[in-house]
Every structure is written in C-alpha cells, then in structure tokens.
Design a protein around this ligand. Structure first.
Ligand SMILES: [Zn+2]
Length: 74
C-alpha cells in the first residue's frame, strides 16, 4: 500500500553522497549510493542523533586520529 513515487517525495538535502527526502508515506527516504533506507520520523531523528554522537565521540577521542593518518605513514 505504500507509495514511494517520485511525485510523492520532497528532497530536503542532496550531496554527491546521496540525499534525504520527505515522503507522503509518512517517513523519510535516505538514499546513499545504491542503498535506500525508509525511516519513520522517530527513526530519522534517531539516526541523525546516532551519527552526531558518533562524530562527537570521534572528535573527542584523540586515539582515533591515528587511524586516519597511520596508513600513509612509515
Ligand atoms: Zn515513502
């Protein structure tokens, strides 16, 4: 019964990585390359919080900075 046709969605954000769309099915579509996630309002908010927490954790933890540079150093 769900309808995800293009005329039922509004693009909220778009980048080379993918895009986020609000859909008349009541949820959000998150397109990342070949993957599409269908999320409820609660799920979308939860995912945004989860990613923000992950980024904050990474920024706060100097240990991980060695991961981004280590491979190219000898
Ligand atoms: Zn939809």
């Amino acid at each position: 019964m769900e309808n995800h046709l293009d005329d039922n969605v509004v693009t909220l954000a778009k980048s080379p990585l993918g895009m986020v769309q609000r859909c008349r099915c009541g949820g959000y579509h998150i397109n990342i390359q070949h993957v599409t996630l269908h999320l409820s309002t609660e799920g979308f908010g939860g995912l945004a919080d989860l990613i923000r927490q992950a980024k904050e954790q990474e920024a706060d933890n100097a240990f991980f900075s060695s991961y981004t540079n280590g491979a190219e150093e000898t």
